[in-house]
Design a binder for this molecule. Sequence first.
Ligand SMILES: *[C@@H]1O[C@H](CO)[C@@H](O)[C@H](O)[C@H]1NC(C)=O
Ligand SMILES: *[C@@H]1O[C@H](CO)[C@@H](O)[C@H](O)[C@H]1NC(C)=O
Ligand SMILES: *[C@@H]1O[C@H](CO)[C@@H](O)[C@H](O)[C@H]1NC(C)=O
Ligand SMILES: *[C@@H]1O[C@H](CO)[C@@H](O)[C@H](O)[C@H]1NC(C)=O
Ligand SMILES: *[C@@H]1O[C@H](CO)[C@@H](O)[C@H](O)[C@H]1NC(C)=O
Length: 224
Amino acid sequence: MLFISILFSFLLASTGFAHVPFLDDGSHDSITTAWEFPDPVETRLLMVSFDCPSTTSYSKVLINDTSSYLVVTLGIPNITSLYSYRPSLWAIGKNVSIPSTYETDSQSQTGIAQSSLFKPAVPRGLNAVEYPTEDTGAFVPFTEAATGMAGFGLLQANITLSGPGTVYFALQPIEHRRGRIFMALGYNETTESEPGSADKLQMQAWFSEEASPRIGQRCISWSA
Ligand SMILES: *[C@@H]1O[C@H](CO)[C@@H](O)[C@H](O)[C@H]1NC(C)=O
Ligand SMILES: *[C@@H]1O[C@H](CO)[C@@H](O)[C@H](O)[C@H]1NC(C)=O
Ligand SMILES: *[C@@H]1O[C@H](CO)[C@@H](O)[C@H](O)[C@H]1NC(C)=O
Ligand SMILES: *[C@@H]1O[C@H](CO)[C@@H](O)[C@H](O)[C@H]1NC(C)=O
Ligand SMILES: *[C@@H]1O[C@H](CO)[C@@H](O)[C@H](O)[C@H]1NC(C)=O
C-alpha cells in the first residue's frame, strides 16, 4: 500500500484535466491485442467500459527514457453507481521494477499487492506489479472546465522501470459489473485531436450516467 499516493499531487486537478480522449472499443483483451499509447509524453486518456462478464483490458506504451518514473492515473466518471467500483491497475513488462515492499512470487515474478482471484495473464519472463484501487481511500474530485465533465481520481501509480522497453497495462476488474474506468498518462498537456481519438460527444456519453444496460449493475451469472 505504501506505493500508492493518497495525496495525488494530482495530475488531473493540477492540470485542469486537459487530455486527448480515446475510447476503448472492448477488443483489447490480451497482451497481444493491447491498445498502444503513441508515446508517454502527451497527455492522453483511455476510457474503458467493462461488460458482463468483465474481462481485463490491456494497453501499452513504449518507454525509451527511464530517467524518471512513469505516472499513471486512474479514475471513474461521476456516476453514482460507480462510486464503489475499484478495478486494479497492473503494470507488466520485462523492465518493470517490483517495489521492495511488495510480496514477490518468485516463480512468476509478480508483485502482488493484494490477494485477488482476479489476475491478468502474465507471460513468463515479464514482471508484473499490481496497483490496487481497492483500499486507496483516495477519491479526488475533478471537473474539466472546458466540457463540464466530472469524475474522481482513485489512484496515482508511479511505475519505476529498470530499463527501456514496452510497458503493458492491464485494467483488471475485481468483480463482474458493468463498469467504467479511465487511465491517464503523459505530462505535456494537450487536447489536440489525433487519429482515432474520441470526439466530444463520445466523451460526454462515456462520462454520462445515461446508458442501457444500466452502469454499475452486477453481472447476474458471475456474481463474484
Ligand atoms: C508519485 O509521484 C508524485 C509526483 O509526480 C509524488 O508527488 C508522489 O508522492 C509519488 N507517490 C508515491 C507513492 O511515491
Ligand atoms: C524509442 O526508441 C525506438 C527504437 O529506438 C524508436 O523507434 C522510437 O521512435 C523511440 N520513441 C520515442 C518516443 O522516442
Ligand atoms: C457528481 O454528481 C452529483 C450529482 O449527480 C453532483 O452533486 C456532484 O457535484 C458531482 N461531483 C462532481 C465532482 O462534479
Ligand atoms: C530492459 O532494459 C535493458 C537495459 O537496462 C535493455 O537492454 C533491455 O532491452 C530491456 N528489455 C526490454 C524487453 O526492452
Ligand atoms: C511538449 O509541448 C510543447 C508545446 O506544446 C512542444 O513544443 C514540445 O515539443 C512537446 N514536447 C514533446 C516531448 O513532445
